[in-house]
Design a protein around this ligand. Sequence first.
Ligand code: HEC
Length: 155
Amino acid sequence: MKLLNRLAIVGITVTLAIPTFAHIEKAEPLQSLRQSYFALLGMTFGPMADMVKGKIEWNDQTFQAWASDLAGVSGYQVERGFAPGSEEGKTRAKPEIWLNNEDFKSKLADFRREAAKLSEVAAQGDRAAIQSQFGATGKTCKACHDEYKAKDYLY
Ligand code: HEC
């Protein structure tokens, strides 16, 4: 076998081996997609809360970077992850999401609006204003969870 061919085969094997995303459930890709979106929100909002509560030292730049990430991630079209047919599976998403879809979407819009505002306020550096807007953003998470997220997996 020519060396080039051999290299090409090695290349193909490597490319095929890389895309094993263990946390993406192949049988339920949409459930995995939406949970990945919310996991990113949680992993960004959580440390921001720690900073607001004084559990970790305040740092303007770090907070700004997290606020900017939160606003950026919030805009991802997670609606795809709630497509018809993805109601059941390993999920905490309540069936009401598909029954009251307009209300669910308006709660998502509320969250995106407040997260965008938080990123703007964070860039201005007024800590009292930042904390107040952080609270307003957190309320939009809770408003949706109260109606549409179960504590435990549903099915
Ligand atoms: C418009 C509704 C809505 C908004 C707004 C929302 N969530 Fe959620 N969240 C959900 C739903 C529904 C689930 C359950 C998804 C599933 O299990 O399929 C969820 C799941 C989660 C999870 C668990 C993810 C996992 O690993 O399965 C975390 C963490 C989370 N949300 C945090 C947040 C935070 C933090 C915010 C605000 C910064 C937020 N959410 C805003 C609806 C929302």
